[in-house]
Write a new protein. Structure first.
Length: 249
């Protein structure tokens, strides 16, 4: 058990609500014809207007305020003048830094009418994240989270990305533990009350392998299949959990 975590939870909750609010605003503007640069600008301004900073901006040289990962981009897509069109899916990943604490969340948005396969992929990814969150309590293991996600995803015929994972978060953007989205029940680190970490499964329509593009950031599926992701920041309570990045809407 981590003692005296009340302040950590309060600060993370505050940052998480701002990050979630930014995605609520994104949801209002995502449509065919919008550029990912416009999404980035909205996120930057929303965080600033609410007394927070963008944690990704200049993090290890990342040039933008959020990640926009469309279609076969798995994660860490860099906003640009790329125009989204009907049938696309795009993940928007926002991390607010407020009073020294981080709130990290992402959602995959459907642009206009998407294919049945794309819709099922997005839905399955969200379901997998929520199924994993619902088992969170003290004394389960990290592997329990991974197995829950992997079992649900593979039953639908999709694959779990293995090159990226969830992570501990708080006053540091990324720290231990690493939260794998695949694995075996009863393995890995024991989860304790007071821990704060993200669950953020990246799920592919095709095979799980990824590669990094020449910009050093953008991760894509090797087989160019669609990929979806959702993410919440979670705190572990004695008998349950708290989601710090829930939408108010």
């Amino acid at each position: 058990m981590i003692k005296n975590y009340k302040e950590a939870f309060e600060k993370t909750r505050s940052a998480g609500l701002i990050a979630a609010g930014a995605l609520d605003e994104v949801a209002k503007i995502v449509r065919p014809g919008i550029s990912t640069e416009e999404i980035d600008r909205l996120c930057y301004e929303y965080l600033n207007d609410h007394g927070a900073y963008s944690a990704p901006l200049f993090y290890r040289g990342f040039p933008k305020s959020c990640c926009t990962s469309a279609n076969h981009v798995v994660c860490h897509g860099i906003p640009s003048n790329k125009i989204l069109k009907g049938g696309d899916i795009v993940n928007v990943d926002v991390t607010a830094l407020k009073e020294g604490w981080h709130g990290d969340t992402s959602r995959t948005f459907e642009i206009g009418e998407v294919s049945i396969k794309a819709k099922k992929l997005v839905q399955t990814t969200y379901e997998a994240m929520m199924k994993a969150i619902k088992i969170i309590k003290e004394d389960i293991r990290i592997g329990d989270i991974g197995e829950t996600i992997q079992t649900h995803v593979e039953a639908q015929g999709f694959s779990v990305v293995q090159d990226f994972c969830g992570h501990g978060i708080g006053q540091q953007f990324h720290k231990d533990p690493n939260v794998l989205h695949y694995g075996k029940k009863g393995t890995g680190e024991i989860i304790k009350e007071g821990m704060i970490f993200t669950i953020e499964p990246m799920i592919n329509l095709g095979k799980f392998e990824t590669k990094i593009l020449n910009d050093g950031w953008t991760a894509v599926t090797k087989d160019k299949s669609l990929s979806a992701q959702f993410e919440h920041t979670i705190g572990v309570t004695k008998d349950s959990y708290e989601i710090f990045t829930l939408s108010k809407n």
